[in-house]
Structure formats: structure tokens, C-alpha cells
Design a protein. Sequence first.
Length: 376
Amino acid sequence: MLNVDTTPVWVDDSAELAHLCEKWRGQKAVALDTEFMRSRTFYPQPALVQVGDGERCYLIDNLAIDNLEPLRELLLDTSVTKIMHSCSEDLETLERLLGAVPEPIFDTQVAAALAGLGSGLGYAATVRELLGVELPKSETRSDWLQRPLSDAQKNYAALDVAWLPMVYGVLLKRLRERGRLEWLEEDCAGMVRSARNPQPPELYYQRVKGAWRLKGPQLAALQDLCAWREREARLRDMPRNHLLKESVCLNLAQQLPQHAAAMAQPGLEGRSLREYGDTLLGIIQRAAERPDAPPAMPQPLSRREGEWLKQLRQRVRAVAEESDLPAEILVRKKELEALVQAEDPRLDGRLEGWRGDVVGEALMQELRELRGEKTG
């Protein structure tokens, strides 16, 4: 019979937090979650940190506590596993709040996929599937920065960590039985590395749809415009598209305007054009003179490459079914596209780890056959 005390314990005192963190550092694992706001800012605004220790649910009011160092030390204590669910934004929030990314982590969404429960299961669905408990969804769009929080908000926040220790126990057992715990540890370590090392601003141009059409000075301009937008959005703490839309960056790079009047367009006009039009024009002009323009982006797949992609995806689905794994967790579409377009395809990135053993070699064999290369 399930017996979890879901009554939230409010923590807004530094001494109490220090006492609790000392206690939690004596455990093997604790559940961890955050609540934050991000509608008008670049960075998440941390509003609450939830900890579940298997007995009670604690809501840490980071807005009221002066000294959060004990919490930071807990997150960095590698003897304590932090149980989280779909934690990428939570990792970013904690890094913003404490300058620390928790390690090690056990992401129950990834663990559920590796245990054969399906890809991308939400927290409520995971709890329902493994424990038979239904969770409410009433406060998902709350204002978490308001004080005081309502009882409904507190209860909702507490439930986010209440069942994680039990979910962790079930999934830990299943992964050990299947010999997949090391797979999870590998993936979770990768998530921690990504949170600690976000993509450099100089690489954001690669995300722009249509960037493949640009070459030479145009692509250099797009790279520099996107890098400026990224740095400026971080500095001003405002969403990227509130500062400058991606489409504007692409248009400016395509047109390479020679004077400010030629830059005006929807998304860059009036006040915004007056405020940083000269800056953008300078970026474009300097980019046009760069001797080191980035290499051209991959073109859309050719018809033949498209057929190869279909074949590789079929192979992935077959391996996934045989392994009782979601195809989505094995290989991403972009990874397959990179393989079929590469002059010298090889397994790298995520495909170097356990995925290489499970599906990577099968993909390489399939690709060699499609290319008409000798396989032995």
C-alpha cells in the first residue's frame, strides 16, 4: 500500500535549510524539482525549489532565504543522487539560481523510456503507469513568483516530488534487471555536461531555418548577427525574438544592406531600428570583410539521400522494436540526416556510447550497403 505524506513543508529560513540539507546529504537519493517563470525573460526566474526525501515534501522559498549555499553543496554532493523528471529546464534554473548543476542525476523520463514505457512520458503519466496514482494538473500555469503562494499551488508543487522516490525505486530495479542502468547514467551525465556548457553564441546561426541557402559573406553575416542577438539577449535578459526575430537575421544576411534605411522591415523598424540599426549595420559590414566565413550549411536531402534516410529509419524502428525501446530515444532524425550526407560517415556524439552498440553498427552497415560499398 502506498503511504506518502504529500503535505508541503514550507522552508523560508536559512538555518532550517542548512539543517535539512545536512540531513539530506546523509541519504542515497533525494527528489528535486523547481518552479520558475520565463514569459518575458531570457533566463528562467527561479521561484521555488522542491525536495522530496521519501518521507516529506519540502518547498524551499529561494526568494526569502539569504543563504542558499547549503542547497548548492547538496546539489554538488556526488554521493547523493538527485531524482528529477524531464529536467533540462530545471538544470538551467538551478544553475541560474545557485551557479551549480546537480550531479549525479536520475531523470525518470529517460529512465522510463529505457525501461520500455515509451518516449517522452510526462510526470503524471509516469506516476500513473508505475504507481497507479492520478495527479492533478490545475496549477501548471501559475504565477510562482507571487507571495504568498496559494494552498493549491503549494500542494501541486509538493506532488511534483512526492512520488519521485517511489518511481525511482521501481525504475532503478527495472533498469538493473535489463542491464540498462549504465545507459541511463551515460545519458544523464550528458545532460549535466550540456547544462554546464551551453552552445556558444557563434554557433546559433546553425539553428536558423533557411541558413543553408547562404554562403560566404552572407553566412558570415548570419553567424555574427545571431551571435550578437544571443549575447545581447542574455545581457538584457529578454527573449531572443523580443530583441530581434530569427527571420530578420536571415533577411539581413541575405540582403547585406549598405545603409540603415535599407534595413527597415517588419520586426526591425521604428524604435528598434533607431536603437540598434547602426550596430547591426556595422556587424554586417564587418562580416562582409571576414576572411574566415563559416563553411556552407548542409543542403536539403537529395532524392537519393531521402531514400537512404527512409531505409535507415526503418532499420532504427526494427532495432527499437527488437530491443523494446522507443525509436526516438535511439537516434534523432538530424543524426540520421548527418550520416547520409557525410562524405565519410562515422559514429560520433550520442552514437559513440551505448547507442553505438545497440543501433550504430547496424546503421553503418545499412548505409554502406546503400552506398554500394563493400562490407567485408
